[in-house]
Design a protein around this ligand. Structure first.
Ligand SMILES: Cc1cc2nc3c(=O)[nH]c(=O)nc-3n(C[C@H](O)[C@H](O)[C@H](O)COP(=O)(O)OP(=O)(O)OC[C@H]3O[C@@H](n4cnc5c(N)ncnc54)[C@H](O)[C@@H]3O)c2cc1C
Length: 552
Protein backbone atom coordinates (compact mmCIF):
# COMPACT_ATOMS: atom_id res chain seq x y z
CA UNK A 1 0.00 0.00 0.00
CA UNK A 2 1.22 3.50 -0.70
CA UNK A 3 -0.40 6.81 0.22
CA UNK A 4 0.81 10.38 0.53
CA UNK A 5 -0.60 12.63 3.19
CA UNK A 6 0.31 16.19 4.13
CA UNK A 7 1.29 17.94 7.31
CA UNK A 8 3.00 21.23 8.12
CA UNK A 9 5.66 19.72 10.35
CA UNK A 10 6.79 16.11 10.45
CA UNK A 11 8.68 15.08 13.59
CA UNK A 12 10.65 11.83 13.56
CA UNK A 13 10.89 10.27 17.03
CA UNK A 14 9.09 11.18 20.25
CA UNK A 15 11.93 11.38 22.80
CA UNK A 16 13.22 14.65 24.26
CA UNK A 17 14.10 16.28 20.95
CA UNK A 18 10.87 15.19 19.25
CA UNK A 19 8.43 15.86 22.08
CA UNK A 20 9.67 19.40 22.71
CA UNK A 21 9.50 20.29 19.02
CA UNK A 22 6.06 18.72 18.62
CA UNK A 23 4.72 20.64 21.61
CA UNK A 24 5.97 24.11 20.64
CA UNK A 25 4.94 23.83 17.00
CA UNK A 26 1.50 22.38 17.78
CA UNK A 27 0.91 24.95 20.54
CA UNK A 28 1.87 27.68 18.04
CA UNK A 29 -0.81 26.50 15.61
CA UNK A 30 1.06 24.21 13.19
CA UNK A 31 -0.30 20.91 11.97
CA UNK A 32 2.18 18.46 13.53
CA UNK A 33 2.60 14.72 12.87
CA UNK A 34 5.01 12.64 14.95
CA UNK A 35 6.19 9.29 13.59
CA UNK A 36 7.58 6.99 16.28
CA UNK A 37 9.15 3.61 15.54
CA UNK A 38 8.19 2.02 18.88
CA UNK A 39 4.89 1.14 20.57
CA UNK A 40 2.76 3.44 22.70
CA UNK A 41 2.78 1.93 26.18
CA UNK A 42 0.63 3.38 28.96
CA UNK A 43 1.66 3.52 32.65
CA UNK A 44 -0.51 0.59 33.70
CA UNK A 45 1.15 -1.61 31.06
CA UNK A 46 4.67 -1.15 32.46
CA UNK A 47 5.58 -4.53 33.97
CA UNK A 48 8.04 -5.60 36.64
CA UNK A 49 9.60 -8.24 34.46
CA UNK A 50 12.38 -8.71 31.95
CA UNK A 51 10.75 -11.52 29.94
CA UNK A 52 10.55 -11.33 26.17
CA UNK A 53 7.36 -9.49 25.32
CA UNK A 54 7.23 -7.60 28.64
CA UNK A 55 7.19 -3.81 28.57
CA UNK A 56 10.96 -3.95 29.08
CA UNK A 57 11.80 -5.78 25.86
CA UNK A 58 9.13 -3.83 23.96
CA UNK A 59 10.39 -0.38 24.89
CA UNK A 60 14.11 -1.00 25.23
CA UNK A 61 16.61 -0.99 22.40
CA UNK A 62 20.07 -2.49 22.57
CA UNK A 63 22.10 -1.98 19.41
CA UNK A 64 25.55 -3.54 19.23
CA UNK A 65 28.01 -1.86 16.90
CA UNK A 66 31.68 -2.41 16.23
CA UNK A 67 33.30 -1.35 19.52
CA UNK A 68 30.25 0.43 20.96
CA UNK A 69 26.77 -0.70 22.00
CA UNK A 70 23.95 1.81 22.42
CA UNK A 71 21.08 1.34 24.86
CA UNK A 72 18.01 3.47 24.37
CA UNK A 73 14.25 3.73 24.28
CA UNK A 74 11.98 2.41 21.54
CA UNK A 75 8.52 3.77 22.30
CA UNK A 76 6.39 6.88 22.45
CA UNK A 77 8.34 9.08 24.87
CA UNK A 78 11.65 7.56 23.70
CA UNK A 79 14.44 7.35 26.26
CA UNK A 80 12.34 9.19 28.84
CA UNK A 81 10.44 5.97 29.56
CA UNK A 82 13.54 3.90 30.25
CA UNK A 83 15.75 6.62 31.70
CA UNK A 84 16.71 7.10 35.35
CA UNK A 85 15.51 10.73 35.31
CA UNK A 86 18.74 12.21 36.62
CA UNK A 87 18.70 15.75 35.24
CA UNK A 88 21.88 17.75 35.99
CA UNK A 89 22.98 20.71 33.85
CA UNK A 90 26.28 20.42 31.99
CA UNK A 91 29.19 22.05 33.84
CA UNK A 92 30.43 25.42 32.61
CA UNK A 93 33.74 24.07 31.22
CA UNK A 94 31.94 21.71 28.84
CA UNK A 95 30.96 24.55 26.53
CA UNK A 96 34.63 25.57 26.20
CA UNK A 97 35.84 22.08 25.24
CA UNK A 98 38.09 21.69 22.19
CA UNK A 99 37.86 17.93 21.79
CA UNK A 100 39.36 16.37 18.71
CA UNK A 101 39.24 19.53 16.56
CA UNK A 102 41.68 21.60 18.58
CA UNK A 103 39.42 24.62 19.02
CA UNK A 104 36.11 25.34 20.73
CA UNK A 105 33.63 22.75 19.41
CA UNK A 106 30.39 24.40 20.60
CA UNK A 107 28.93 27.23 18.49
CA UNK A 108 30.13 30.66 19.61
CA UNK A 109 26.56 31.58 20.54
CA UNK A 110 26.21 28.94 23.26
CA UNK A 111 27.77 28.80 26.69
CA UNK A 112 26.45 27.87 30.10
CA UNK A 113 25.09 31.36 30.80
CA UNK A 114 23.19 31.56 27.52
CA UNK A 115 21.82 28.01 27.94
CA UNK A 116 20.66 28.50 31.55
CA UNK A 117 17.32 30.16 30.66
CA UNK A 118 16.56 27.17 28.41
CA UNK A 119 17.53 24.73 31.16
CA UNK A 120 15.10 26.68 33.37
CA UNK A 121 12.33 26.03 30.86
CA UNK A 122 12.98 22.27 31.06
CA UNK A 123 13.06 22.37 34.87
CA UNK A 124 9.63 23.98 34.85
CA UNK A 125 8.23 21.73 32.13
CA UNK A 126 9.20 18.25 33.40
CA UNK A 127 9.41 19.37 36.32
CA UNK A 128 12.87 18.66 37.74
CA UNK A 129 13.39 18.77 41.51
CA UNK A 130 16.48 18.84 43.68
CA UNK A 131 16.43 15.99 46.18
CA UNK A 132 17.59 16.42 49.76
CA UNK A 133 19.48 13.78 51.70
CA UNK A 134 16.25 12.30 53.05
CA UNK A 135 15.20 11.47 49.48
CA UNK A 136 18.24 9.47 48.50
CA UNK A 137 18.23 5.67 48.40
CA UNK A 138 20.36 3.25 50.44
CA UNK A 139 22.77 2.93 47.53
CA UNK A 140 23.03 6.70 47.17
CA UNK A 141 23.61 7.08 50.89
CA UNK A 142 26.32 4.45 50.88
CA UNK A 143 28.08 6.09 47.94
CA UNK A 144 27.94 9.45 49.73
CA UNK A 145 29.30 7.91 52.94
CA UNK A 146 32.16 6.20 51.05
CA UNK A 147 33.04 9.46 49.27
CA UNK A 148 33.02 11.32 52.57
CA UNK A 149 35.19 8.64 54.18
CA UNK A 150 37.84 9.12 51.50
CA UNK A 151 37.80 12.93 51.75
CA UNK A 152 35.58 13.58 48.76
CA UNK A 153 32.19 15.21 48.38
CA UNK A 154 28.96 13.90 46.91
CA UNK A 155 25.64 15.51 46.07
CA UNK A 156 22.01 14.44 45.75
CA UNK A 157 21.06 14.67 42.08
CA UNK A 158 18.36 16.84 40.52
CA UNK A 159 15.74 14.40 39.21
CA UNK A 160 12.54 14.35 37.21
CA UNK A 161 10.91 12.09 39.77
CA UNK A 162 8.00 12.66 42.09
CA UNK A 163 9.82 11.18 45.09
CA UNK A 164 6.59 11.04 47.12
CA UNK A 165 5.07 8.66 44.58
CA UNK A 166 8.21 6.55 44.13
CA UNK A 167 8.09 3.13 45.84
CA UNK A 168 11.82 2.39 45.27
CA UNK A 169 11.00 -0.68 43.16
CA UNK A 170 14.07 -0.21 40.93
CA UNK A 171 12.23 -1.14 37.75
CA UNK A 172 12.79 2.29 36.20
CA UNK A 173 14.24 0.79 33.03
CA UNK A 174 11.01 -1.14 32.34
CA UNK A 175 8.93 2.07 32.57
CA UNK A 176 7.34 3.45 35.74
CA UNK A 177 3.89 2.06 36.56
CA UNK A 178 3.47 4.35 39.58
CA UNK A 179 3.57 7.60 37.55
CA UNK A 180 6.47 8.67 39.76
CA UNK A 181 8.98 9.08 36.96
CA UNK A 182 8.27 12.22 34.99
CA UNK A 183 8.69 10.92 31.49
CA UNK A 184 7.56 12.84 28.43
CA UNK A 185 4.22 11.01 28.71
CA UNK A 186 3.34 13.50 31.47
CA UNK A 187 4.30 16.89 30.09
CA UNK A 188 5.37 17.78 26.52
CA UNK A 189 3.63 14.89 24.73
CA UNK A 190 0.13 15.22 26.25
CA UNK A 191 0.37 18.98 25.78
CA UNK A 192 1.28 18.49 22.11
CA UNK A 193 -1.71 16.15 21.70
CA UNK A 194 -3.98 18.68 23.41
CA UNK A 195 -2.91 21.20 20.75
CA UNK A 196 -3.84 18.80 17.95
CA UNK A 197 -0.55 17.01 17.23
CA UNK A 198 -0.86 13.43 16.02
CA UNK A 199 1.49 10.70 17.24
CA UNK A 200 1.70 7.49 15.23
CA UNK A 201 3.48 4.61 16.99
CA UNK A 202 5.11 1.71 15.10
CA UNK A 203 5.96 4.00 12.18
CA UNK A 204 9.63 3.71 11.30
CA UNK A 205 11.03 6.46 9.09
CA UNK A 206 13.37 5.23 6.39
CA UNK A 207 14.40 8.27 4.38
CA UNK A 208 13.49 11.76 3.12
CA UNK A 209 13.14 12.92 -0.45
CA UNK A 210 12.25 16.34 -1.89
CA UNK A 211 8.81 17.42 -3.06
CA UNK A 212 8.27 19.69 -6.04
CA UNK A 213 7.16 22.60 -3.84
CA UNK A 214 10.48 22.64 -1.96
CA UNK A 215 9.27 20.60 1.00
CA UNK A 216 10.13 17.05 1.99
CA UNK A 217 8.50 13.65 1.55
CA UNK A 218 9.01 11.37 4.54
CA UNK A 219 9.01 7.64 3.76
CA UNK A 220 8.02 5.22 6.52
CA UNK A 221 7.28 1.53 7.11
CA UNK A 222 4.85 0.11 9.66
CA UNK A 223 6.59 -2.08 12.26
CA UNK A 224 4.92 -5.27 13.49
CA UNK A 225 3.86 -4.78 17.12
CA UNK A 226 5.27 -8.12 18.29
CA UNK A 227 8.15 -8.95 15.96
CA UNK A 228 10.01 -5.73 15.17
CA UNK A 229 11.97 -7.52 12.43
CA UNK A 230 8.78 -7.62 10.37
CA UNK A 231 7.87 -4.48 8.44
CA UNK A 232 4.39 -4.10 6.98
CA UNK A 233 2.91 -1.33 4.82
CA UNK A 234 4.87 1.63 3.61
CA UNK A 235 3.65 5.17 3.21
CA UNK A 236 4.74 8.76 2.71
CA UNK A 237 3.85 12.09 4.26
CA UNK A 238 4.73 15.44 2.72
CA UNK A 239 5.83 18.18 5.10
CA UNK A 240 7.07 21.77 4.85
CA UNK A 241 9.51 21.22 7.69
CA UNK A 242 11.05 17.99 8.97
CA UNK A 243 12.47 17.67 12.47
CA UNK A 244 14.67 14.63 12.96
CA UNK A 245 14.76 13.45 16.58
CA UNK A 246 15.23 9.70 16.25
CA UNK A 247 18.18 9.71 18.66
CA UNK A 248 21.91 9.86 18.01
CA UNK A 249 22.02 6.21 16.90
CA UNK A 250 19.30 6.73 14.28
CA UNK A 251 19.15 10.30 12.97
CA UNK A 252 22.44 10.07 11.01
CA UNK A 253 21.31 6.77 9.47
CA UNK A 254 18.12 8.38 8.12
CA UNK A 255 20.13 11.27 6.66
CA UNK A 256 22.75 8.95 5.14
CA UNK A 257 20.03 6.87 3.47
CA UNK A 258 18.46 10.06 2.12
CA UNK A 259 21.73 11.36 0.65
CA UNK A 260 21.42 9.83 -2.86
CA UNK A 261 18.18 11.74 -3.40
CA UNK A 262 18.64 14.84 -1.24
CA UNK A 263 22.23 15.51 -2.24
CA UNK A 264 25.46 15.57 -0.31
CA UNK A 265 25.21 15.59 3.45
CA UNK A 266 27.60 17.69 5.55
CA UNK A 267 30.75 16.00 6.83
CA UNK A 268 29.42 15.79 10.40
CA UNK A 269 26.48 13.51 9.52
CA UNK A 270 27.36 10.15 11.07
CA UNK A 271 30.75 11.31 12.37
CA UNK A 272 31.98 12.66 15.72
CA UNK A 273 29.70 10.29 17.67
CA UNK A 274 30.27 10.43 21.42
CA UNK A 275 29.25 7.80 23.97
CA UNK A 276 29.51 10.46 26.71
CA UNK A 277 32.66 8.75 27.93
CA UNK A 278 30.74 6.10 29.82
CA UNK A 279 32.11 3.35 31.97
CA UNK A 280 30.78 1.19 34.82
CA UNK A 281 32.35 -0.29 37.93
CA UNK A 282 30.73 -2.80 40.26
CA UNK A 283 31.59 -2.73 43.94
CA UNK A 284 30.61 -5.56 46.27
CA UNK A 285 30.23 -3.92 49.64
CA UNK A 286 31.75 -5.56 52.66
CA UNK A 287 28.73 -5.42 54.99
CA UNK A 288 30.86 -5.43 58.16
CA UNK A 289 32.93 -2.50 56.92
CA UNK A 290 29.79 -0.60 55.90
CA UNK A 291 28.55 -1.05 59.47
CA UNK A 292 31.77 -0.48 61.34
CA UNK A 293 33.75 1.93 59.16
CA UNK A 294 30.88 3.94 57.67
CA UNK A 295 28.53 3.53 60.62
CA UNK A 296 25.58 2.49 58.41
CA UNK A 297 22.62 0.51 59.71
CA UNK A 298 19.31 -0.22 57.99
CA UNK A 299 17.90 -1.75 61.14
CA UNK A 300 18.10 -5.41 62.31
CA UNK A 301 21.86 -5.17 61.91
CA UNK A 302 21.64 -4.94 58.10
CA UNK A 303 24.17 -2.37 56.91
CA UNK A 304 23.43 -2.28 53.14
CA UNK A 305 22.25 -5.36 51.15
CA UNK A 306 20.20 -2.99 49.02
CA UNK A 307 21.36 -3.56 45.46
CA UNK A 308 17.82 -3.99 44.14
CA UNK A 309 16.12 -1.45 46.41
CA UNK A 310 15.78 2.12 45.32
CA UNK A 311 15.78 4.16 42.16
CA UNK A 312 18.46 4.77 39.57
CA UNK A 313 21.06 7.38 40.38
CA UNK A 314 20.40 9.55 43.38
CA UNK A 315 23.90 10.71 44.38
CA UNK A 316 26.97 11.75 42.38
CA UNK A 317 30.47 12.90 43.18
CA UNK A 318 31.33 15.97 41.13
CA UNK A 319 34.78 16.68 42.59
CA UNK A 320 36.43 16.03 39.21
CA UNK A 321 34.12 18.45 37.38
CA UNK A 322 36.71 21.12 37.88
CA UNK A 323 37.30 23.36 34.89
CA UNK A 324 40.90 23.97 35.92
CA UNK A 325 41.75 20.30 35.30
CA UNK A 326 43.03 19.37 31.83
CA UNK A 327 40.50 18.21 29.23
CA UNK A 328 40.00 14.40 29.38
CA UNK A 329 40.81 14.37 33.12
CA UNK A 330 37.31 15.46 34.16
CA UNK A 331 34.45 13.10 34.96
CA UNK A 332 31.57 12.55 37.32
CA UNK A 333 31.02 9.41 39.38
CA UNK A 334 27.35 8.59 39.81
CA UNK A 335 25.79 5.81 41.83
CA UNK A 336 23.51 3.76 39.60
CA UNK A 337 21.45 0.57 39.48
CA UNK A 338 21.52 -1.78 36.51
CA UNK A 339 19.20 -4.80 36.64
CA UNK A 340 20.44 -8.35 36.01
CA UNK A 341 21.21 -9.24 32.41
CA UNK A 342 23.85 -7.11 30.85
CA UNK A 343 25.06 -6.02 34.29
CA UNK A 344 25.50 -9.59 35.44
CA UNK A 345 27.43 -10.64 32.35
CA UNK A 346 29.67 -7.61 32.07
CA UNK A 347 30.40 -7.09 35.79
CA UNK A 348 33.87 -8.51 36.40
CA UNK A 349 35.44 -10.23 39.38
CA UNK A 350 38.13 -8.09 41.07
CA UNK A 351 41.51 -9.62 40.37
CA UNK A 352 39.88 -12.46 38.40
CA UNK A 353 41.35 -13.86 35.21
CA UNK A 354 40.00 -11.47 32.62
CA UNK A 355 37.31 -11.59 31.19
CA UNK A 356 35.27 -13.49 33.76
CA UNK A 357 31.67 -13.98 32.81
CA UNK A 358 31.62 -17.71 33.77
CA UNK A 359 33.39 -19.90 36.33
CA UNK A 360 33.64 -20.33 40.09
CA UNK A 361 35.05 -16.84 40.78
CA UNK A 362 32.19 -15.26 38.88
CA UNK A 363 29.68 -17.41 40.68
CA UNK A 364 31.04 -16.33 44.08
CA UNK A 365 30.87 -12.71 42.88
CA UNK A 366 27.25 -13.14 41.78
CA UNK A 367 26.36 -14.65 45.14
CA UNK A 368 27.22 -11.28 46.70
CA UNK A 369 24.69 -9.53 44.46
CA UNK A 370 22.66 -7.99 47.29
CA UNK A 371 25.75 -6.07 48.35
CA UNK A 372 26.58 -4.75 44.89
CA UNK A 373 26.69 -1.05 44.19
CA UNK A 374 27.28 0.24 40.67
CA UNK A 375 29.24 3.40 39.92
CA UNK A 376 28.80 5.11 36.58
CA UNK A 377 31.55 7.26 35.05
CA UNK A 378 30.73 9.99 32.56
CA UNK A 379 33.98 11.39 31.15
CA UNK A 380 35.23 13.31 28.11
CA UNK A 381 35.65 11.04 25.12
CA UNK A 382 37.10 12.04 21.75
CA UNK A 383 34.01 11.94 19.48
CA UNK A 384 35.61 8.91 17.82
CA UNK A 385 32.43 7.14 16.68
CA UNK A 386 31.73 6.83 12.93
CA UNK A 387 28.64 5.37 11.23
CA UNK A 388 29.14 3.00 8.31
CA UNK A 389 26.70 2.66 5.41
CA UNK A 390 23.03 2.43 6.46
CA UNK A 391 21.34 -0.99 6.63
CA UNK A 392 18.64 -1.81 4.08
CA UNK A 393 15.84 -0.62 6.39
CA UNK A 394 15.64 1.01 9.80
CA UNK A 395 18.58 2.13 11.88
CA UNK A 396 20.10 -1.29 12.46
CA UNK A 397 19.64 -4.97 11.63
CA UNK A 398 17.30 -6.53 14.17
CA UNK A 399 18.64 -9.87 15.40
CA UNK A 400 15.78 -10.78 17.72
CA UNK A 401 12.12 -10.00 17.63
CA UNK A 402 12.51 -7.21 20.16
CA UNK A 403 15.34 -5.27 21.78
CA UNK A 404 18.49 -6.63 20.14
CA UNK A 405 20.05 -5.32 16.93
CA UNK A 406 23.38 -4.85 15.15
CA UNK A 407 24.12 -1.31 14.09
CA UNK A 408 26.54 0.43 11.72
CA UNK A 409 28.48 2.40 14.37
CA UNK A 410 32.24 1.86 14.81
CA UNK A 411 34.04 3.19 17.86
CA UNK A 412 37.66 2.76 18.76
CA UNK A 413 38.52 4.60 21.97
CA UNK A 414 41.51 6.93 21.66
CA UNK A 415 44.22 7.38 24.27
CA UNK A 416 42.33 10.44 25.58
CA UNK A 417 39.17 8.43 26.20
CA UNK A 418 41.12 5.54 27.73
CA UNK A 419 42.85 8.05 30.00
CA UNK A 420 39.53 9.24 31.47
CA UNK A 421 38.33 5.67 32.00
CA UNK A 422 41.59 4.58 33.65
CA UNK A 423 41.60 7.57 36.00
CA UNK A 424 37.98 7.13 37.00
CA UNK A 425 38.41 3.35 37.50
CA UNK A 426 41.37 4.06 39.78
CA UNK A 427 39.43 6.65 41.74
CA UNK A 428 36.42 4.38 42.29
CA UNK A 429 38.82 1.70 43.51
CA UNK A 430 40.58 4.13 45.81
CA UNK A 431 37.31 5.33 47.34
CA UNK A 432 35.87 1.87 47.95
CA UNK A 433 39.00 0.01 48.92
CA UNK A 434 39.91 2.45 51.67
CA UNK A 435 39.55 0.45 54.89
CA UNK A 436 38.07 -2.49 52.98
CA UNK A 437 34.65 -0.97 52.31
CA UNK A 438 34.25 -2.94 49.07
CA UNK A 439 35.92 -4.98 46.36
CA UNK A 440 35.60 -3.29 43.01
CA UNK A 441 36.19 -4.03 39.34
CA UNK A 442 35.16 -2.35 36.09
CA UNK A 443 32.76 -3.94 33.61
CA UNK A 444 34.52 -5.60 30.71
CA UNK A 445 34.47 -4.08 27.24
CA UNK A 446 35.47 -7.43 25.72
CA UNK A 447 31.93 -8.67 24.98
CA UNK A 448 30.19 -5.77 23.24
CA UNK A 449 32.92 -3.14 23.26
CA UNK A 450 32.19 0.08 25.09
CA UNK A 451 28.54 0.80 25.87
CA UNK A 452 26.52 3.93 26.31
CA UNK A 453 23.06 4.92 27.40
CA UNK A 454 23.90 8.48 26.30
CA UNK A 455 24.52 8.52 22.53
CA UNK A 456 25.48 12.02 21.38
CA UNK A 457 27.00 14.20 18.68
CA UNK A 458 26.45 12.13 15.51
CA UNK A 459 24.91 15.18 13.75
CA UNK A 460 26.28 17.95 15.88
CA UNK A 461 25.77 21.70 15.93
CA UNK A 462 28.75 23.89 15.20
CA UNK A 463 29.92 27.02 13.46
CA UNK A 464 31.97 25.17 10.85
CA UNK A 465 30.36 22.83 8.27
CA UNK A 466 33.62 20.86 8.10
CA UNK A 467 33.31 19.63 11.68
CA UNK A 468 29.56 19.70 12.28
CA UNK A 469 26.28 18.67 10.64
CA UNK A 470 24.02 21.48 11.83
CA UNK A 471 24.24 25.21 12.14
CA UNK A 472 23.75 26.94 15.47
CA UNK A 473 19.97 26.88 14.82
CA UNK A 474 20.00 23.05 14.34
CA UNK A 475 19.35 23.15 10.56
CA UNK A 476 21.30 20.59 8.50
CA UNK A 477 24.00 22.51 6.60
CA UNK A 478 22.92 22.83 2.97
CA UNK A 479 19.44 21.32 3.50
CA UNK A 480 17.03 24.11 4.44
CA UNK A 481 13.92 22.91 6.23
CA UNK A 482 15.52 19.81 7.86
CA UNK A 483 16.32 20.24 11.54
CA UNK A 484 17.77 17.90 14.18
CA UNK A 485 16.85 18.42 17.84
CA UNK A 486 17.87 15.17 19.56
CA UNK A 487 21.06 13.99 21.26
CA UNK A 488 22.86 13.93 17.90
CA UNK A 489 22.96 17.73 17.99
CA UNK A 490 24.98 17.93 21.24
CA UNK A 491 28.60 18.61 20.17
CA UNK A 492 30.36 16.22 22.54
CA UNK A 493 30.51 14.42 25.86
CA UNK A 494 29.03 16.34 28.79
CA UNK A 495 30.53 14.54 31.85
CA UNK A 496 26.98 14.38 33.26
CA UNK A 497 23.68 12.82 32.12
CA UNK A 498 22.59 14.53 28.92
CA UNK A 499 18.78 14.68 28.81
CA UNK A 500 18.68 18.15 30.42
CA UNK A 501 21.11 19.50 27.84
CA UNK A 502 19.39 17.78 24.90
CA UNK A 503 16.09 19.23 26.08
CA UNK A 504 17.51 22.71 26.75
CA UNK A 505 19.08 22.81 23.27
CA UNK A 506 15.75 21.71 21.75
CA UNK A 507 13.96 24.50 23.65
CA UNK A 508 16.59 26.97 22.44
CA UNK A 509 16.19 25.81 18.82
CA UNK A 510 12.43 26.35 18.78
CA UNK A 511 12.18 30.11 18.05
CA UNK A 512 14.36 29.68 14.95
CA UNK A 513 12.51 26.58 13.76
CA UNK A 514 9.17 28.35 14.16
CA UNK A 515 10.54 31.24 12.09
CA UNK A 516 11.70 28.80 9.38
CA UNK A 517 8.24 27.20 9.36
CA UNK A 518 6.63 30.65 8.97
CA UNK A 519 8.92 31.39 6.02
CA UNK A 520 7.70 28.16 4.42
CA UNK A 521 4.11 29.25 4.74
CA UNK A 522 3.13 27.56 8.00
CA UNK A 523 0.69 29.55 10.12
CA UNK A 524 2.49 29.24 13.43
CA UNK A 525 3.72 31.49 16.22
CA UNK A 526 6.34 31.00 18.95
CA UNK A 527 5.70 31.61 22.63
CA UNK A 528 3.97 28.68 24.31
CA UNK A 529 4.20 28.47 28.10
CA UNK A 530 5.35 25.31 29.90
CA UNK A 531 3.15 22.29 29.09
CA UNK A 532 1.14 22.82 32.31
CA UNK A 533 0.62 26.50 31.51
CA UNK A 534 3.32 27.89 33.85
CA UNK A 535 5.01 30.98 32.52
CA UNK A 536 7.86 32.01 34.80
CA UNK A 537 10.63 30.24 32.84
CA UNK A 538 9.22 31.59 29.58
CA UNK A 539 9.62 35.11 30.96
CA UNK A 540 13.26 34.33 31.71
CA UNK A 541 14.05 33.24 28.15
CA UNK A 542 12.04 35.80 26.17
CA UNK A 543 14.92 38.29 25.87
CA UNK A 544 16.93 35.66 23.94
CA UNK A 545 14.23 34.96 21.36
CA UNK A 546 14.87 37.91 18.96
CA UNK A 547 18.54 36.89 18.62
CA UNK A 548 17.63 33.31 17.78
CA UNK A 549 14.89 34.26 15.32
CA UNK A 550 17.17 36.78 13.66
CA UNK A 551 19.58 34.04 12.68
CA UNK A 552 17.14 32.40 10.29
C1 LIG B 1 18.69 2.83 30.88
C2 LIG B 1 18.85 4.29 30.56
C3 LIG B 1 18.91 5.22 31.59
C4 LIG B 1 19.08 6.56 31.31
N1 LIG B 1 19.10 7.46 32.35
C5 LIG B 1 19.27 8.77 32.09
C6 LIG B 1 19.28 9.73 33.14
O1 LIG B 1 19.10 9.40 34.30
N2 LIG B 1 19.48 11.03 32.81
C7 LIG B 1 19.67 11.43 31.52
O2 LIG B 1 19.89 12.61 31.31
N3 LIG B 1 19.63 10.55 30.52
C8 LIG B 1 19.43 9.24 30.76
N4 LIG B 1 19.38 8.35 29.73
C9 LIG B 1 19.58 8.85 28.38
C10 LIG B 1 18.35 9.55 27.83
O3 LIG B 1 17.27 8.65 27.85
C11 LIG B 1 18.68 10.00 26.41
O4 LIG B 1 19.83 10.83 26.45
C12 LIG B 1 17.54 10.77 25.79
O5 LIG B 1 16.34 10.04 25.84
C13 LIG B 1 17.89 11.08 24.36
O6 LIG B 1 16.89 11.89 23.81
P1 LIG B 1 16.76 11.98 22.23
O7 LIG B 1 15.71 12.96 21.93
O8 LIG B 1 18.11 12.16 21.66
O9 LIG B 1 16.32 10.54 21.74
P2 LIG B 1 15.34 9.37 22.34
O10 LIG B 1 14.81 9.82 23.64
O11 LIG B 1 16.15 8.17 22.26
O12 LIG B 1 14.19 9.39 21.30
C14 LIG B 1 14.34 8.92 19.99
C15 LIG B 1 13.04 8.26 19.57
O13 LIG B 1 13.06 8.07 18.17
C16 LIG B 1 12.53 6.80 17.86
N5 LIG B 1 13.09 6.39 16.57
C17 LIG B 1 14.32 5.89 16.32
N6 LIG B 1 14.45 5.64 15.01
C18 LIG B 1 13.29 5.99 14.42
C19 LIG B 1 12.84 5.96 13.09
N7 LIG B 1 13.61 5.52 12.11
N8 LIG B 1 11.57 6.37 12.84
C20 LIG B 1 10.77 6.81 13.84
N9 LIG B 1 11.16 6.86 15.13
C21 LIG B 1 12.41 6.46 15.41
C22 LIG B 1 12.96 5.93 19.02
O14 LIG B 1 12.13 4.79 19.14
C23 LIG B 1 12.83 6.89 20.19
O15 LIG B 1 11.55 6.83 20.76
C24 LIG B 1 19.18 6.99 29.97
C25 LIG B 1 19.09 6.07 28.93
C26 LIG B 1 18.92 4.73 29.22
C27 LIG B 1 18.83 3.76 28.09
Amino acid sequence: MSNTERTDVLVVGSGFGGAIAAYHLAAGGADVTVLERGPWVKSEEFEHDYLLGSSFTRIFDFVVGNGMAILGGNCVGGGSNVYFASMPRAPRFIFERHGSIGRRMWPAGIDRDSLDPWYDRVVEAMPVVTQDWNDVTYAGGLWAAACNHSGRTANPLPVAVDVDKCVNCNFMMAGCRFDAKRSLLFNYLPAALAHGATIRPLHEVQKLTRTEDGGYRVHYRIVDEVDYRVLHDEGTIDAKIVILAAGAGATPVILQRSEPELGKMPHGVGRFFSGNGERLNTAAINEDAAREVLGLDRGDGVAYEAHAIGRGPTVASWDRLDGSLPEYDRYSLEQLYFPPGLGTILAQVPGGSDPTWFGPEKRAWLERWKSWLTIFTMSEDDNEGVFGPPPETGNSVRVSQQMLARGPLSYEPTANTLNGWAKSDAEVKEIFEKDGIADVAPWTNDVVGAYTVHPLASCRIGDDPETSALDDGHQVWGHPGIFVTDGSAVPGALTVNPAMTIAALAERAMPGIVRAAQERGVDVTYGAPAPDGSTSARRGSLHLVPGLVGQR
